[in-house]
Design a protein around this ligand. Structure first.
Ligand SMILES: [Zn+2]
Length: 261
């Protein structure tokens, strides 16, 4: 692969893509420019016309390359006058996309993800009991206080579900392991559809479970925090399994949509 020439400032100049599969060369050069820091997360890549001239490829080839880069989670593409291709901030997107491929190829099952999540988050709750900073504890308390207001009202279920997710993310963040956080966010991304299995009726249970987890994290009770978090996730996994079993005719559609989010 030809490395792109570095230039001053935030610009790379790319070499003409010569091979038959020109889009692959475009992908490789843009990847390299991101890896070597020529373009950093949040940076906008040069405009389409500029890039087609530098690579000497058609717009179609360039767009094909950017679809690959977008799918790999390296760039995000937004439309409109302020739009363009931007280097992605979300490292979890890359992991999420890989997981979606593995699900599609049936190398892993949805139930594997659910079980893995129980282990990952159980361990995270245990670590959070040791590592949580005052800022994390404050955030967890705020979430539980907000849950107290929403969880008993089924019509506020969407907010309750969002608070639940935020609680999980905060616990994993509080565990202090960045990789766990990235993996957790990507699992959520793959499981998003399954959260429909929770309903308004689950609100009080969510409040009770998460209050229990918080109490044990605050008390630096690692064993208790892990057990409480695992109990909560097993409850959720049980609901999603029960829902899949009770609606066999929608099962295929649902399992497809799990990986199409
Ligand atoms: Zn939850």
């Amino acid at each position: 692969m030809v490395r792109p020439k570095k230039q001053k400032g935030n610009r790379a100049s790319f070499n003409p893509a010569q091979s038959q599969r020109a889009f692959e060369e475009v992908v490789a050069q843009v990847e390299q420019a991101i890896l070597d820091g020529t373009f950093k997360p949040g940076d906008r890549l040069p405009a389409e016309r500029d890039l087609t001239e530098q690579f000497r490829v058609s717009r179609g080839t360039l767009r094909e390359a950017f679809r690959v880069l977008e799918y790999a989670g390296l760039v995000t593409i937004s439309k409109g006058t302020t739009g363009g291709a931007f280097v992605s901030h979300q490292s979890s997107l890359m992991v999420a996309n890989s997981l979606k491929w593995l699900l599609r190829m049936k190398r892993i099952q949805y139930s594997d993800l659910a079980e893995f999540r129980e282990r990952l988050e159980g361990g995270a709750a245990r670590d959070a009991a040791r590592n949580a900073t005052p800022r994390h504890l404050q955030r967890l308390k705020q979430i539980v206080a907000q849950l107290r207001a929403t969880s008993r009202q089924p019509e506020l279920w969407a907010q309750t579900a969002e608070l639940d997710l935020e609680f999980h993310r905060t616990v994993v963040e509080a565990s202090g392991n960045e990789l766990s956080f990235i993996v957790e966010c990507s699992i959520f991304d793959c499981m998003r559809e399954a959260f429909g299995a929770f309903s308004g009726a689950s609100g009080p249970r969510v409040l009770r479970d998460l209050s229990d987890v918080l109490r044990r994290i605050e008390a630096h009770d690692g064993d208790g925090a892990e057990a409480a978090m695992r109990r909560h996730i097993r409850y959720f996994n049980g609901l999603t399994q029960a829902q899949a079993a009770s609606t066999p005719q929608t099962r295929n559609r649902r399992s497809r949509s799990l990986v199409d989010v």
